[in-house]
Design a protein around this ligand. Sequence first.
Ligand code: NAP
Length: 377
Amino acid sequence: MAIETVNPATGKMEKSFNEMSESEVMELIGRGKEAFCKWRNVPYEERKRLLKNVASILREKKYDYGRILTLEMGKPVVQSIAEVEKCALACDYYADNGEKILKEEIIATDGSESYVRFDPIGVVLAVMPWNFPFWQVFRFAAPALMAGNTGLLKHASNVPMCALAIEEIFLKAGFPENVFKTLLIGSGMVEKVINHPDVKGVSLTGSEPAGRSIAGAAGKMIKKSVLELGGSDPFIVLADADIDEAVKTAVTARMINNGQSCIAAKRFIAVEKIYNEFEEKFVKAVKNVKTGDPMDGSTELGPMAREDLLIELDSQIKKSVAKGAKILCGGKRIDVPGFYYEPTVLANVKEGMPAYEEELFGPAASLIKAEDEKEAV
Ligand code: NAP
């Protein structure tokens, strides 16, 4: 995939970046190792001070960064700004608590002295997704750097401006060169980075196929890996629920981040007794979701992040319909420039359909009727 910024709200390419060569990447890994040898000895107080600086920069420039997030991946700008604020919170948290969390733990054993000590491991690679382009990186970087590691970021290829902005934030905050560095590379180069002897671990947030490939590469080298993968969480509505409240939460849960959140509710399972009421009110509320320009502060649902993701979602919906699912609203691309998809509700969703078995990573909800609580669970 080319490393470029394509505005999902218009479909226009805004900026294109040259991919780093293998030798540039190897050079940066070496510098990351050199930086680690010094950084691991920097006292906690100093690490804390720098991380606090990061939090201040994020807060000061939250509107600017928020606009970059929205430009690259299309989430409503209000949500982008909130994401930047949340990153500042994470930096403060690890700055304030890092030393305490990493304190040696004395263990009672029959040995004369036993304890667990937490040492940094070295250069850690972070392979990150575009859906929370700041949050996913900061929730990795804040604890990893506070612990004395250095970080290399391979961000998703469609959010290079975010990746470079984050690198700049760490530098502006006073972190030494190469403690946090962005690699502008495609996924094809990831295995080579993992194989490098100076890279000691890898953290991925992304899809299952990426997880398989990265865990495989790390396993071959017997290196540590952390995988945060996809999900298709159920949202169960029982007979005694406050339906209006449930509908409100259901719509937010499904449409937040333009429907592209790993921890979002995706399958809505309602028991028979209240099913019709829930369905009717849910569809009405989904139809009312304000779709449009994500830079507009009142927009609730913006475009999907990339055209290929929209095509994938549309195909999952079409395949589900071919197997008997019913479209209650939405179900197609919006005929305007950019990657807009109608907020969609599918009913009669059953086993064997993509809408039942797979993660729908976009603004589409699957409605499933259950006889009772036991069947819903
Ligand atoms: P993705 O395609 O897996 O991409 C994520 C990152 O992995 C990108 O940097 C991508 O690089 C890289 N990548 C993809 N295939 C790879 C491979 N074979 N080897 C090495 N690197 C590879 O996922 P996405 O579409 O960006 O994100 C959506 C998925 O992430 C969803 O399934 C969502 O649920 C999940 N997610 C999970 C969490 C969580 O905390 N559990 C959070 C957010 C998202 P390129 O962009 O260059 O391909």
